[in-house]
Each structure stands twice: as structure tokens, then as C-alpha cells.
Write a protein that binds this ligand. Structure first.
Ligand code: LLP
Length: 438
């Protein structure tokens, strides 16, 4: 989806990025809409082939705005939301609430009320405390019995960054299988007539680079489902495996992650085999991919400002954004690669460090990368920023957040406007006693 035109400018999905930067300003998140849709269709097609009774709930936390909700609705997707805010944005956009799946380890009273009032496809119960609350509140649910999953922490280590590991026994999420805790809590739920226990959920982590942890998770889950059936004579009709498939961020990582095809094959096959082994009725399968649907479709466009060379040591290239629009390097030591969009392949290569404009030395976009020699005013594109960039952006240093453009049929559409400085005082309140001048 990337090419260079006669002006030697980078094109994404047929759009000249230099022109785009002029028209919309920088920094700017740019998504290739066709690629978003084809990533979705790829998942749908491959999963349906192997497990016809399946549902893909895109994990909204990776990237969500009204336009994305509409696109997901058009593609008949489900959507996994983790807060009242994500639920609200989805519902405001007209996304059908019966295709929403509601997560959260500490859902607030307001969030629970919002969802109970307006409907939900699946509600994922995360704790014993939440079940106790729902046992009373679910009678207010307007659409009959509340369809619920229970989140299980199956005790699997996915060998990814500690901050995005979620399925080990020591986790703030879910019910542990240890000491029969999950078993006891779910058995309790079966006695509540306002709850419709559909199945189990588990999510072991994110940016996972091998299939083995997913396979082990399925084994642990089916083993548990079977023992629950033996002891309680109850069959879970659905199983949600969460998301977590990792993606390459650098050229050299390509081919090092399982493809969507390999991932889907592995989970569908393992689930089938394990169910056969225990003679357990094959459950309907849910998955919740986020990163692997949006990451490669998104890029961030910056303008290069200050260039500082420390002879023999380093060359710093400062761009007009940084940790405010992409906190992943400072949070997880995440690595990225970049292209100079206005002079593609012109000039000699050099090693540079791409940094942001925040008042912290850790505000690094790329520690070290090779680019063609960079000049002030160049347009620098960081690739593969579609996931967990816009959604994790902040106003640190009171820097306004960038807008978002979708490119469709070679034309740009602004789908989130840039914040302006005026947005930064919108929520401020000045009590009377502070109005007097000094
Ligand atoms: N389902 C659940 C319950 C999750 O917690 C997550 C991600 C997903 C699905 C989607 O996982 P994915 O397919 O995107 O890996 N901010 C971090 C990632 C945090 C992921 C949290 N949960 C990052 O920038 O790497």
C-alpha cells in the first residue's frame, strides 16, 4: 500500500503524503481504509472456513473513534469495549449494542447502569465482587436475561512484555483456576435467574510472537470446561480466547510472527482436538484481535524541526510530536521505523535518533534508525502506528492531540479533527476567588 510517485514523494493508498501534510498539518495519524477492511475480511474468511460458528470482536482499545465504529458495523463485526467511554462512542455512532462485548476489571456503577439500560451482546464478569453486584442489578436489564461470560486467568505465560501480560495466576484480571475459585464463583452464578451464562473468556496478553501460549491456553480452558461439566452438569456453549496476536514493527521482524492464517488454524484445530479428546460439545468461538487488525494500516506523519548533531556521538532529529501521540517507546521500549516522505531514496543514509518535543529525555520515537540525510522541514512518516497510539495519546506538556485521516479510494477524509489550544482550556473552571488579578 506504499509507493513513491514521480515527485519522489511517499504515497499511502494512492495519496501523496507531502500534500496530505500540507492540507491537514502535522502530526497526523493516517489510516489506509482498504487495508483496515482487508485485515478484517482476512480474519473473517479464515476463521469462518475453520470454525463456522465463530465471532470476531475487534478490541476497540487498540484504536477507536466514531468512523472506526461505523466501518466495523459495515463489516458486520462485533466490538469489544472496556469502559463506559468506549461503549458510549460505539452507541453514539449507531453501532448495534447487541454486537458489543463489555469488559473491565472494575466497572463503575455508572458504567454498569449505562450498559444495563442500553443493552449488550456479552458482558464479561471479571470478579466475584462483580457477580455479587450483578446478581442484584441484572434484574434491571431491559432485554431479558443478561448474557455473560466469565473471565478466567488460565495461568499461562505468553512471554511478552510484563505490562501486557494478563493471563498469569498473579493478575488483576479474572478468576483464577487455583483452589477451585473459578469453579465456585461460576457455580454460584448458575443459580441467578437473571444471568444467562454463555461461556468463558480468557486473554493471556498482547504482542505474542508464537502460537504455543495460545495452544496451551485452549488446553487449559477445555480441561477446566470439562471438569466443570463433570461436577456441575453444565456445558459452556461459547469460548472467547481474547486477542494478542503480535505483529512486526520492523522490516527485520517480518516473518517472525505467526500470520493470521497460522494463528486461526492453530486455535481452531486445537479447540477441535481438545473437545474431541474430552468429548465436549464444540463451543462457539469468539476472538478479540486488536493490534493485528489496525496496526499496519496506520502511520504517523510528522514534520522535522530541530536537528542537533553531537560530533562523533549522535544526531538528534526532533519531530513535532512524540510521546504524547506515541507513548509506546517510553512505556514498553517499543521500536519503530520511519521514512522521509518528501525525498524518498534521495540522499545518503545516516544513523539518527528521532525524538519528540516533550520535556523529557525519554521522549524518543526511534532510538536509532537509518534514514536518508534529514533536513529541517522534511516530512517523516513513522510506520505501523495504527494500534495503541491514537488511543493512548495524552496532552502531556499541554500538547494538543493530532487528528486522524482515513484514505479511501485515494482520497483523504478527516475522521477526527486535530485538537487546538482552545481544547486545552475547555474543561478548566476558574472559581470566583481566582479571577482577581495579581
Ligand atoms: N481482549 C482483551 C481482554 C484485551 O485486554 C486486549 C488487549 C485485547 C483483547 C486485544 O489484544 P491485541 O490483539 O491488541 O493484542 N497498550 C499495549 C497493549 C495493551 C493490550 C491490552 N489488552 C501496547 O501498546 O502494546
Amino acid at each position: 500500500n506504499k509507493a513513491f510517485n514521480q515527485k519522489n514523494h511517499l504515497e499511502i493508498a494512492g495519496c501523496d503524503i507531502v500534500q496530505l501534510a500540507e492540507e491537514f498539518g502535522t502530526p497526523l495519524y493516517v489510516y489506509d481504509e482498504a487495508l483496515l477492511r482487508s485485515n478484517i475480511k482476512d480474519y473473517q474468511k479464515r476463521l469462518k472456513e475453520l470454525h463456522p460458528d465463530s465471532t470476531i470482536a475487534y478490541a476497540g482499545k487498540a484504536f477507536l473513534c466514531s468512523a472506526m465504529c461505523r466501518l466495523l458495523d459495515q463489516e458486520s463485526m462485533w466490538l469489544d469495549v472496556v469502559s463506559g467511554g468506549e461503549y458510549y462512542v460505539a452507541r453514539e455512532s449507531g453501532f448495534p449494542t447487541e454486537r458489543l462485548l463489555f469488559h473491565g476489571n472494575n466497572k463503575s456503577p455508572q458504567e454498569r447502569e449505562l450498559v444495563l439500560k442500553n443493552g449488550i451482546g456479552r458482558w464479561v464478569i471479571d470478579s466475584e465482587w462483580e457477580l455479587a453486584l450483578l446478581s442484584k442489578e441484572a434484574k434491571n436489564y431491559l432485554h431479558g436475561k443478561l448474557p455473560v461470560f466469565f473471565r478466567i486467568t488460565p495461568g499461562i505465560d505468553p512471554h511478552t512484555h510484563a505490562y501486557i501480560t494478563t493471563g498469569k495466576v498473579d493478575s488483576k484480571f479474572g478468576l483464577t483456576l487455583v483452589d477451585g475459585i473459578a469453579q465456585r464463583v461460576i457455580r454460584q452464578a448458575l443459580s441467578y435467574e437473571n444471568l444467562d451464562v454463555k461461556g468463558l473468556h480468557c486473554h493471556i496478553g498482547s504482542q505474542i510472537d508464537s502460537l504455543e501460549p495460545f495452544i496451551n491456553t485452549i488446553k487449559a480452558m477445555v480441561r477446566f470446561m470439562d471438569s466443570f461439566k463433570e461436577q456441575n452438569n453444565f456445558v459452556f456453549s461459547e469460548l472467547d480466547l481474547g486477542g494478542g496476536l503480535g505483529v512486526p514493527y520492523l522490516e527485520e521482524q517480518k516473518g517472525k510472527f505467526p500470520s493470521v492464517q497460522e494463528y486461526v488454524e492453530a486455535i481452531a484445530k486445537t479447540l477441535q482436538e481438545e473437545c474431541e479428546k474430552y468429548q465436549y460439545p464444540l463451543p462457539k468461538l469468539f476472538i478479540e484481535p486488536g493490534r493485528s487488525i489496525v496496526n499496519n494500516a496506520g502511520n504517523t506523519v510528522y514534520t522535522v524541526g530541530t536537528i542537533k548533531e553531537i560530533p562523533g556521538i549522535k544526531k538528534y532529529i526532533a519531530v513535532d510530536g512524540g510521546m504524547t501521540d506515541n507513548p509506546r517507546p517510553i512505556l514498553y521500549d517499543a521500536r519503530y521505523q520511519a521514512i522521509i516522505a518528501n525525498r524518498v531514496n534521495q540522499g545518503s543514509p545516516e544513523m539518527v535518533s528521532v525524538v519528540g518535543k516533550c520535556c523529557e529525555s525519554g521522549d524518543v520515537v526511534i532510538q536509532q534508525t537509518e534514514t536518508i540525510s534529514v533536513q529541517n522541514g522534511d516530512i517523516l512518516v513513522v510506520e505501523g502506528t495504527g494500534a495503541y497510539n491514537y488511543s493512548m495519546a495524552s496532552n502531556y506538556n499541554l500538547i494538543p492531540r493530532p487528528g486522524v485521516v482515513f484514505i479511501r479510494d485515494e482520497k483523504p477524509y478527516l475522521v477526527v479533527r486535530h485538537e487546538g489550544w482552545y481544547d486545552l482550556v475547555r474543561r478548566d473552571i476558574l472559581p470566583e476567588y481566582l479571577i482577581e488579578k495579581g
